[in-house]
Write a protein that binds this ligand. Structure first.
Ligand code: HSE
Length: 399
């Protein structure tokens, strides 16, 4: 009998209890052993829940119980989630998590503690909700050098952008619905300001490069400034505006960023709508591989948490395959100002100002836009922006 403890009984925690219960017979048959949810840690009481009798409020009950060998952390936030995770690993307990904040901030240390204590720290649910992406990057693409990863990594913002584009929903109403559906973070600023996507892209970049970048240091821009006019201009070009996490592992180092982008119709990320996420991986042997599925929500995220629990139980007698990350240092990072891509410049007025690079222009109402034919760097873009003054409404990176 394997005893499991769940930390947190919110959206993902209750979903994990549900998956472990609903699919118990099937999972146990696949594992060839039985399991039991021994404890669920939460501050609240749940008198009407079928799990009421396993709710505990004191973390030490779990930590000190030697029978508990697998702990699923789904509390959200850095503290006490990080502290509890560390204590569990040091006590020789395996930990799985959906907590991208903890993985992206403390992943180097927690993976090292797992190695040193002969246990595993797994985090499939931390990126892309229910999409299998972490394990495929570690296992199935391990014969490749990863060159680039681009992804729609936040379900809440993709849901909002799709509702605004297709249903004319207001930003506030679309966000409210995303919260009701259990997609959004406790503080939705993490979603709409791109912070959640930044945490996820640095996790993917670390899986690709072995170097974890502090997510607070990467260029991060959210979706709050996108206007209906810009959405309409995008559609004139056959593009869709998506919040994109992007990383490149080049000869000059590792670059990662999050920003809204004009996604061209030839890019498969263009057609990923609502709460769905997509991750496009460019690798040197396989070429391009795309991962797609529900990026947030109770049962999809729980499905990934339980996949990690099953992995740990199924391989409990094997030597754990270590995840070895180092904290990215200055010398590991590429120069963001040299990052180059095509750009869409959007202007107030219907004339393209003189001195702009070659490209394709279109007019919508009292505005116009130019998509450059060639890639231009961040540095060149910033210099152009300075010269344009009030004529410029906004600039988007094109994908
Ligand atoms: N708030 C996150 C999202 C949850 O919307 O993608 C899943 O990580």
């Amino acid at each position: 009998m394997i005893n499991i403890a769940l930390l947190g009984f919110g959206v993902v925690g209750s979903g994990t209890a549900e998956v472990l219960t609903e699919n118990k017979a099937l999972i146990e048959r696949r594992l060839g052993c039985e399991y039991n949810i021994k404890y669920i840690l939460d501050l609240r009481e749940f008198p009407n829940s079928p799990f009421a009798d396993v709710i505990v409020h004191d973390f030490d009950t779990i930590l000190n119980d030697k029978e508990v060998t697998v702990v699923a952390e789904m509390m959200g936030g850095s503290h006490p989630a990080y502290d509890f995770t560390k204590a569990c690993l040091l006590a020789g307990k395996n930990v799985v998590t959906s907590n991208k904040e903890v993985v992206s901030t403390f992943g180097v240390e927690l993976c090292r503690l797992a190695r040193e204590n002969g246990v595993r720290y797994l985090f499939e649910a931390s990126v892309g909700g229910g999409i299998p992406i972490i394990r495929p990057l570690i296992n199935d693409l391990s014969s490749n050098k990863i060159n680039k990863i681009s992804g729609i990594l936040n379900g809440t913002t993709n849901y909002i952008l799709t509702s605004m584009r297709d249903n004319g929903a207001s930003f506030a109403d679309a966000l409210k619905t995303a919260q009701q559906l259990g997609y959004a973070e406790a503080n939705p600023s993490a979603d709409v300001d791109g912070i959640d996507a930044a945490r996820k892209i640095v996790i993917l970049a670390a899986l690709a490069s072995g170097k974890l970048i502090d997510p607070k240091t990467i260029y991060t821009e959210g979706i709050t400034k996108i206007t209906l006019e810009e959405t309409a201009l995008a559609q004139l070009f056959g593009y869709t505006i998506k919040l994109i996490g992007h990383t490149e592992i080049g000869e000059n180092g590792l670059v990662a960023m999050v920003s809204p982008r004009m996604v061209t119709s030839s890019n498969p990320l263009c057609r990923i709508d609502d709460v769905f996420n997509g991750v496009l991986v460019d690798a040197n042997m396989v070429g391009e591989v795309m991962f797609y599925g529900p990026g947030a929500g109770k049962l999809p995220t729980a499905s990934a948490v339980v996949a990690d629990i099953i992995d740990i139980i199924a391989n409990r007698d094997a030597d754990p395959k270590p995840i070895v990350w180092e904290q990215a240092e200055c010398g590991d990072l590429g120069d963001f100002s040299e990052y180059a891509c095509r750009r869409m410049f959007i202007f107030n007025g219907t004339d393209i100002p003189a001195g702009m690079p070659e490209g394709t222009a279109k007019v919508h109402g009292s505005m116009c836009a130019l998509v450059t034919a060639e890639a231009i760097s961040e540095k060149q873009t910033a210099e152009l922006v300075k010269t344009l003054g009030d004529k410029l409404a906004s600039v988007y990176r094109v994908l």
